[in-house]
Design a protein. Structure first.
Lengths: 316, 286
C-alpha cells in the first residue's frame, strides 16, 4: 500500500518536470540540428564511399577470398599480414616507391623553386609566357599523356630517339623505363608546382628584401637567408604532397606504359596492390596490403606535419 | 652596391654586363624547360595532322596537312558520343561536388557543434585512403546496386570532394562574420543566408573551384575504367582501345584521339586562362 502511495505521489512530479523539459530538450535538439543536416550529404557520401569500404577492407584482410560470389570466404586470421611481410615483391616495391618519390621531388620542389625565382625576376609578360607554357602539361589527361609519350619514346620512330641519334628501348630496359616514368610524371606536375611556389613568393613581403638590400646583402644571400626560409611552408607543403601522392601519380603511367616491368623494376606499392586485387583476385591479401599502406602513409604524414611545424618560419 | 657604383664607374658597367649574361642564361634555361613541356603536346598535334601514310615523317611541320587520322578515329570510335558522355559525367560530378561541398563548408563555418573537429578530420583523412583499398568494396556495392557499366556508376561515388569542402571552408572562414550575423538578426534562415549572402560573394572562388573539379573529373581514368569496361563510354577508355592494333599501335589515330581528348580542356584554358591558373593556385594552397 505504501508503495503504491509513494508511487502515485511520486509520479506527477517527474512527469511535470519531464513535460517542462521535453520542449526545452526538443528545442535544443532542433537548434543543434542544422549543421548536421547541412553536412549530411557530404558525410553520408564519405561514409558510403570511403570509410565503409575501409572497414570492409579491414574485415576482408582477415579472410582468404577470390572475389567470386559463389566461393565462400575462409577465415585465416593474421595470415595475410604475415605473408605480406615475408613477400620479397613488397620490399622491392617499397624501395622503388621511395626512390621514385625522391626523384620526383626534383620536379615538384627543386626545379619549381629555381624556375619561380628566375621568373619572378622577369617582367610581367615574360613571366606570363613561360608560366603558361610550363603549365600546359598539367591539363593533359593521363591516358593522352601516356599515349603521346609512348609515341615520343618509340624505339623505331619516336622523336626522342631520333634526336638522340641511337635507339634506346625506353619501355623495356630497366633504367630508361624508370627514368621515363619519373620524367613523364614530373612533366605532368612541374607547371602546377611552379604556380604554387610563385604564389608563395608573391606572398613574401618586399620590405624584407628591401631591408636586406640596404644592408648590402648579395642576391644569393637574400635568396638563401630571407626568401627560402620564408618560402619553407610552401616547399614543405609541396614535399608532403609529393610523398603522399607520388604512388598515385605514377600509377596511371605504370599501368599504361610498363605494367610494372621490365622485371618488376618500375612497379610501386599501389601497383602491387592493384595486381593482387584485380589481376590475381587475392582479395584478402590485397586488402591487408592496402591497410598497411594506409597506416604507414598516415604515420609519415603525421611525422611530416610535426616536422614542418618545427622547421618552418612564419612571417609574423 | 650603390656606394661602390658611385665611387667606381667601371664597376657599374661590369655588374650590368653580368646581369645581362645572367638574364640571358636564365631565359635560355626557361626556354629549354618550356620546350620540354610544350614540345610533346605540339608533336602530338603535328603527328595527328600528317597524312596517315606519313605519320613517321620527322619534318617539324606537318605538310601537307590532312585530317585523315581524325576521320579514321571517327570511323573506329564514336568520338562525338565519347566526348559528350565525358562532358556530361565531368559536369555532373563537378556541379555535385560543388553543391555538396558548399553545404558542408557552410556547416563548418556558420556553427560550432559537437564533433566538429572529428568530422573535419574525416574529410582531411580521405587523402590518406588509397583508391586501391576502397575500389573492391565499392565495386561490389555498385554491382549489387546494378550500376556497373552505367554512367551513374561513375558519377555517384564521386559526388563528394574533400578538396572542395576544405577549400570552400577556407574561403567562407575569411568571409566577414558581421554580414552573416546581421542577416541572422534580420530573421533570415540559415538556408537563405547561404544562398543570398554567401554564395553571391563567393562567385569567383566558386567558379575557380568548379573549373578544377571539372578538369579533374574529365581526366579521371581508373574509376571509369573499372566501372565501364567498354571502349564506347568515355574518351579516356576509347583511347585505350586505340593502343592495341595488329601491327602495334596506330600512332596517327592515337595522336588524333589524344588530341581530341585534350581539346575541351585546352579550350577552357585558353578562354579562362587567368581563372584556371588562379584556381589551381588556390587548390594548392590549402
Amino acid at each position: 500500500m505504501t508503495g503504491t502511495f509513494v508511487e502515485v505521489a511520486a509520479v506527477p512530479r517527474p512527469r511535470a518536470v519531464v513535460t517542462a523539459q521535453r520542449p526545452a530538450l526538443a528545442r535544443r535538439a532542433v537548434r543543434a540540428l542544422p549543421p548536421y543536416l547541412f553536412l549530411l550529404p557530404a558525410v553520408g557520401a564519405l561514409v558510403v564511399w570511403t570509410y565503409r569500404p575501409l572497414g570492409a577492407a579491414l574485415n576482408l584482410s582477415f579472410f582468404s577470398w577470390n572475389l567470386l560470389p559463389t566461393t565462400p570466404k575462409e577465415y585465416v586470421g593474421l595470415d595475410n599480414y604475415r605473408r605480406l611481410i615475408d613477400l620479397p615483391e613488397l620490399r622491392n616495391a617499397l624501395w622503388l616507391t621511395v626512390a621514385m618519390t625522391g626523384a620526383l621531388l626534383l620536379f615538384t620542389v627543386v626545379l619549381p623553386t629555381v624556375v619561380a625565382l628566375w621568373t619572378s625576376a622577369l617582367g610581367g609578360r615574360g613571366r606570363a609566357v613561360y608560366g603558361a607554357l610550363i603549365f600546359a602539361p598539367v591539363l593533359v589527361p593521363p591516358v593522352a599523356g601516356a599515349a603521346l609519350w609512348q609515341w615520343m619514346l618509340d624505339p623505331r620512330s619516336g622523336a626522342v630517339d631520333r634526336v638522340l641519334g641511337h635507339p634506346i628501348n625506353w619501355i623495356h630496359e630497366v633504367r630508361p623505363a624508370q627514368i621515363a616514368i619519373v620524367v613523364i610524371t614530373g612533366w605532368h606536375l612541374l607547371g602546377f608546382a611552379v604556380l604554387v611556389v610563385a604564389a608563395g613568393l608573391s606572398g613574401i613581403d618586399d620590405e624584407y628584401r628591401a631591408a636586406a638590400l640596404l644592408d648590402r646583402a648579395s642576391r644569393w644571400q637574400i635568396t638563401r637567408w630571407i626568401v627560402l626560409p620564408l618560402l619553407s611552408p610552401t616547399l614543405v607543403f609541396l614535399a608532403l604532397m609529393t610523398i603522399l601522392m607520388s604512388g598515385q601519380l605514377t600509377f596511371p603511367l605504370i599501368d599504361t606504359l610498363t605494367q610494372g616491368g621490365p622485371d618488376s623494376q618500375t612497379t610501386n606499392v599501389y601497383y602491387l596492390l592493384w595486381e593482387y586485387g584485380f589481376q590475381n583476385f587475392d582479395t584478402g591479401f590485397a586488402s591487408a596490403a592496402g591497410l598497411l599502406f594506409f597506416a604507414a602513409f598516415g604515420l609519415v604524414a603525421l611525422a611530416l606535419i610535426r616536422l614542418s611545424d618545427r622547421l618552418t618560419f612564419h612571417d609574423s | 652596391m650603390t656606394t661602390a657604383r658611385a665611387s667606381n664607374p667601371g664597376a657599374a658597367g661590369e655588374t650590368g654586363w653580368r646581369d645581362r649574361v645572367r638574364g640571358a642564361v636564365g631565359h635560355g634555361l626557361l626556354a629549354a624547360l618550356s620546350l620540354f613541356c610544350v614540345f610533346p603536346i605540339y608533336w602530338m598535334y603535328a603527328t595527328s595532322l600528317r597524312r596517315p601514310d606519313e605519320v613517321y615523317s620527322v619534318s617539324l611541320f606537318p605538310w601537307p596537312l590532312s585530317v585523315g587520322n581524325y576521320t579514321h578515329v571517327a570511323d573506329v570510335l564514336p568520338i562525338g558520343r565519347l566526348i559528350l558522355n565525358t562532358f556530361v559525367v565531368a559536369l555532373v560530378i563537378a556541379v555535385g561536388q560543388l553543391l555538396v561541398g558548399l553545404l558542408a563548408a557552410y556547416a563548418f563555418t556558420a556553427w560550432r557543434f559537437r564533433g566538429q573537429t572529428l568530422l573535419y578530420l574525416a574529410f582531411v583523412g580521405t587523402w590518406l585512403v588509397p583508391f586501391q583499398v576502397t575500389m573492391l568494396p565499392n565495386y561490389t556495392l555498385l554491382y549489387r546496386a546494378g550500376l556497373l557499366n552505367t554512367l551513374p556508376g561513375v558519377i555517384v561515388p564521386n559526388l563528394v570532394s574533400a578538396l572542395g569542402v576544405l577549400l570552400l571552408r577556407q574561403h567562407m572562414a575569411s568571409f566577414p562574420r558581421d554580414l552573416i550575423d546581421a542577416a541572422r538578426i534580420d530573421g533570415r534562415s540559415a538556408w537563405s543566408i547561404l544562398w543570398t549572402v554567401i554564395v553571391p560573394n563567393l562567385r569567383a572562388p566558386l567558379a575557380a573551384l568548379a573549373i578544377v573539379l571539372f578538369i579533374n573529373a574529365w581526366n579521371d581514368y581508373f574509376w571509369p575504367a573499372l566501372v565501364l569496361q567498354r571502349a564506347d563510354s568515355v574518351v579516356q577508355l576509347g583511347l585505350r582501345g586505340l593502343f592495341v592494333g595488329v601491327e602495334g599501335p596506330d600512332w596517327g589515330g592515337l595522336m588524333a584521339g589524344s588530341g581530341l581528348a585534350c581539346l575541351p580542356i585546352f579550350a577552357i584554358y585558353l578562354l579562362l586562362q587567368r581563372h584556371v591558373v588562379n584556381a589551381f593556385v588556390r587548390s594548392g594552397l590549402k
